[in-house]
Design a protein around this ligand. Structure first.
Ligand code: CO
Ligand code: CO
Ligand code: CO
Length: 304
């Protein structure tokens, strides 16, 4: 049986108490250091499994590499970063595939396991559910500043730590407390992924831009126009369902900023909000309640 086809990951039920969760992701090189890129691309790729409440068990590397012009040592470093991240996550590397390509791309295809009745999808959010976000926004903007050679090394290092941090603990806390819906915040930005959750759940949402966690420097770089192209596409795509009249452009750029290896966006019943935040904190995950689900016209996002 196939469930959750358009969700973060595909779910296939094997028996009454066992399903597999599968996902695949491939991204362009975002940092200058190949080892770090391998770690980030891998953390990014595994994330969809955690967002569904699954436990990742195996992975395969996917490599696109200019083998005729680039030193193979670089590829070795990417693969080492990936392997170290897989080991940290307790995932067995079982294979991979590579193709020659003009630009470097790397990712992983990951398989996880889950109880078929415990899959957390995007479509289960209920009116009044609290929305919890587990990583601050702004990595797309910082990556753009990095590419432009304008990012100080200490800011880069903090962004790297954030992007290579697994969502395993966040997933673990979510599963232990119980959530109605979850997705991970990646290429469509917070508003794009929240819009998907609202659409899938058939209700609306409201977020408070004043409390949304943001990497401090992201605002400054957004203001300087160091904004990834994906942000504009995200904004255009969702503009018709988002009410944000009083919100300034820099804030909107952050709310639509495509994230690499972003955090989980968790919809939890209001009476579980405190328990969830505490469970996350106990596992070392700082999270913020950024808004809640609302009734009214379906699939509207209000930004305050
Ligand atoms: Co996802
Ligand atoms: Co994905
Ligand atoms: Co092959």
């Amino acid at each position: 049986m196939l469930t959750g086809v358009s969700d973060d990951a595909g779910v296939y039920k094997l028996t009454d108490d066992l399903a597999i969760v599968e996902t695949v992701d491939l991204i362009a090189a975002i940092v200058d250091d190949p080892y770090t890129f391998g770690m980030i691309a891998t953390a990014n790729g595994i994330s969809d499994i955690y967002a569904k409440g699954g436990k990742p068990i195996t992975a395969m590397n996917i490599v696109a590499f200019p083998s005729d012009t680039m030193d193979p040592v670089i590829l070795g470093q990417i693969l080492k970063g990936a392997l170290d991240k897989l080991n940290e996550a307790g995932i067995a590397l079982v294979g991979g595939h590579s193709v020659r390509n003009d630009e470097v791309r790397f990712g992983v295809a990951v398989t996880g396991v889950i109880h078929p009745d415990k899959v957390i999808t995007k479509n289960g959010a209920l009116v009044s559910d609290r929305l919890i976000l587990t990583k601050p926004l702004g990595t797309g903007i910082l990556n753009t500043a990095l590419k432009a050679g304008m990012l100080p090394s200490d800011v880069r290092d903090r962004a790297v730590i954030q992007m290579s941090t697994l969502n395993d603990k966040a997933g673990q806390a979510m599963v232990s407390v119980g959530a109605h819906a979850c997705t991970d915040v990646t290429g469509f930005g917070l508003l794009g992924h929240l819009a998907e959750m609202a659409e899938a759940s058939g209700i609306s949402a409201e977020i408070d831009s004043q409390v949304v966690p943001i990497i401090p420097e992201a605002r400054e770089y957004a203001h300087m126009g160091l904004i990834p192209e994906g942000m504009y596409a995200n904004w255009e795509f969702r503009a018709s369902m988002v009410d944000a009249e009083s919100i300034d452009e820099d804030t909107m750029a952050i709310l639509y900023d495509p994230q690499t290896s972003g955090g989980l966006l968790i919809a939890v019943a209001p009476d579980k909000e405190e328990t969830m935040v505490a469970a996350l904190r106990n596992l070392g995950v700082e999270s913020v309640v950024v808004g809640h689900m609302t009734s009214g016209l379906p699939s509207r996002i209000k930004v305050l």
